[in-house]
Write a new protein. Sequence first.
Length: 331
Amino acid sequence: MLEHDLLATSWTWAGDEDVRERVHAVGAAGFAGLSLSLDDLHEVRATIGLAELRRMLDGAGIVWVQLGPLDRWWTCADRAPDDDADRGVVLEAAATLRAWQVVARADTTLPGASPGATADDWTVLADQAEAVGAQLVLEPEPWSNLPTVERASRFVAAAGHPNGGLLVDAMHALRGGSTLASIRQGVAPGTLAAVELSDGLLHTPSGMTLAEESRVARHLPGAGAWDLPGFVRTVRELGFDEPWGVEVRTPAHRAMPIGDALRTAAAATRAVLDAADAFGAPAAPAMPSTPAPTSAVDYEPFHRGRADGGRADGSRTDGHRRRDADTGTPA
């Protein structure tokens, strides 16, 4: 099977442990990347510092670093000084951590801004991300002003900034009404820049909103009802390959020790990617139908007159009789 780079999203490696311990656990589980939330960035910046975090990432073998998501990056009445401060922290961190990508959310306020009206703000942010060496990617959500990945792809393509791209999250895409066929037809290959994998139930659980499901019912890849190998093949056809984001959010996952949770998530995701790799490959050879030859290691002939004087019943012919283990008397 092929080797794949996996990226642990911020929820997948979230925990109460010290950030140093959590970063080490990400690398030890076989992930080559991680995403850092704004909360993580603010905490690191105020404690150990971003330069020390980069040294920790290097030590853990982390090469893909994703930051965000940024909210309210567009011009709007409820944009607050804290939003601009968050942007400054993310851009500073992107430069110091040598980040691969900065994630920006679509507008989830009601009523949301018209996507067309935010194109200039998108261009400004894409320029700022490019200046610190990171790509800007847009994450659409079903409850946002860009509810489908197809519409979000059209927005990114129309904005036309070479440093702008699209993040396709399996849950957001499929719960937004997209199908594998509509993704294949409606997402411009040049816009696709990041992919996140999780699994889900056939339908959103009763009494739960889509946003709530996204927060607490993202199952391990392969543990739900979705055709994730087909999803992987679809985004590959659009030109995406590596790293594969992994976003798991369930109470059971959260309750596991951080190391166990990450190893489980990595193994489950690799199984899905292996299934996608195997699609269309020659069938595995049939199991042999003839008896297998006896191993020379295990083979021990049972006949009289063996070189060691043994018999098939365990007795010996060389005058040494087996003694009872308890009494020491001849058996």
